[in-house]
Design a protein around this ligand. Sequence first.
Ligand code: ADP
Ligand code: C5P
Ligand code: MG
Length: 216
Amino acid sequence: MSKPILIGITGGTGSGKSTIAKAIFECLPEKNITIIEQDSYYKNQNHMTLEERVRINYDHPLAFDTELLISHLKDLLSGKSIQKPIYNFSIHTREQETVLVEPKDIIILEGIMILDDERLRDLMDIKIFVDTDADVRIIRRILRDIKERGRTLDSVIEQYLNTVRPAHQQFIEPYKKYADIIIPEGGYNKVAIDIMVAKVKSIIYEKQKGGIINIL
Ligand code: ADP
Ligand code: C5P
Ligand code: MG
């Protein structure tokens, strides 16, 4: 297998990163693509009590086990499989189990803080920033976190004002300048998703032919 292509998808919370990554995945019937969520690499906090874990700032680069993420990406890029951690947002830590991820032609890395680390940026062939207004993002996050992440309305609002919003301004928005492509509104931007799918299909086609891959 020739070297896989790594596509980074970033943007603020609720911008639609995960939805876009899944939409691209769904459009590739051969499934020669895998998604790595930066969220899976939140640090293991099994040594802490739940009360201690609730108080952690999850919107800081130090909340992530970036060393493990980089080492796993390097493994996938060199054709080796990995055991990806499983993160549980309801209990703020990793599950005991891991999931086997095989190397694929296309790897999508998606997460809020994948552009602030130069080593991660250097691994990516294509960098996408999903740009969605903050009011839309907070509404999406409230609905999602109550439904899927075991949160209350009060807890989502308090966390947003205390850590999520300032972190967005400090660690996410400034890194938009490193993006190759900016997608407005996220999740259901069909034109942007179709363009990305066409690009990914052409990369896979070139790889199968053994030709030279022209990334952008
Ligand atoms: P992120 O991973 O960037 O935090 P998600 O992809 O999880 O964002 O999207 C947050 C929530 O908003 C999800 O519930 C998703 O279904 C919804 N969503 C995503 N994109 C759109 C969109 N364009 N319009 C409406 N809802 C959307
Ligand atoms: O999918 P999304 O980009 O929203 O995921 C990142 C968000 O998850 C961060 O903004 C962080 O506040 C939140 N998070 C959380 N609780 C955790 C870990 C992350 O609310 N235990
Ligand atoms: Mg997400």
